[in-house]
Design a protein around this ligand. Structure first.
Ligand SMILES: Cc1cc2nc3c(=O)[nH]c(=O)nc-3n(C[C@H](O)[C@H](O)[C@H](O)COP(=O)(O)O)c2cc1C
Length: 147
């Protein structure tokens, strides 16, 4: 099974840590948005979309990529995100976009990620130690479960 993930992980590479943990369980090709522009995603059985959460939103460049991507009907997809404070469903936008493209959503994984944005820097950040070993173990279970 061929798996690709298109991601953006700019703050502390928290999301990339999660993807690398998943990659220990399943072979997968990871592409930044810039790299993914030259990739034929139709060659993959499963495509993931992943990012940190910035200003209450899934990364805009990943959303824009989804908007322009030519994904085949029934394409199996999944969503991954990390955020400082997981108090709401940050995957609702990409999920809606992928449904509109008639993709088959296999699941969504999220966990907290170390966050030193803005005022949080003054207190040494929040969600210290995340993604934790437990988060990464959950990530591995997730990818094994959906693929
Ligand atoms: C500019 C910026 C804005 C952020 N906004 C939010 C936010 O609205 N909600 C939240 O829970 N976390 C927020 N965070 C924290 C990140 O989502 C969190 O640290 C995430 O794990 C970063 O992922 P990354 O290291 O893969 O980029 C923000 C971080 C940055 C840098």
């Amino acid at each position: 099974m061929k798996i690709a993930v298109v991601y953006n992980s700019v703050h502390h590479k928290n999301t990339l840590k999660v993807l690398n943990a998943m990659r220990e369980e399943r072979e997968m090709d990871l592409f930044t948005v810039a790299q993914a522009k030259d990739v034929d995603l139709s060659a993959y059985d499963v495509v993931g979309f992943a990012s940190g959460i910035y200003m209450n939103k899934f990364d805009q460049s990943v959303l824009s990529f989804i908007g322009h991507a030519s994904l085949k009907t029934g394409q199996k997809v999944f969503i991954v995100y990390t955020c400082g404070v997981p108090y709401r469903d940050y995957a609702s936008k990409p999920r809606k976009m992928l449904k509109e493209k008639n993709c088959m959503l296999l699941g969504t994984f999220c966990c907290r990620g170390f966050d030193t944005f803005g005022p949080f820097a003054k207190i040494g950040g929040i969600a210290k130690g995340h993604p934790s070993e437990t988060d990464l173990r959950r990530a591995k279970y997730f990818i094994c479960d959906i693929t």
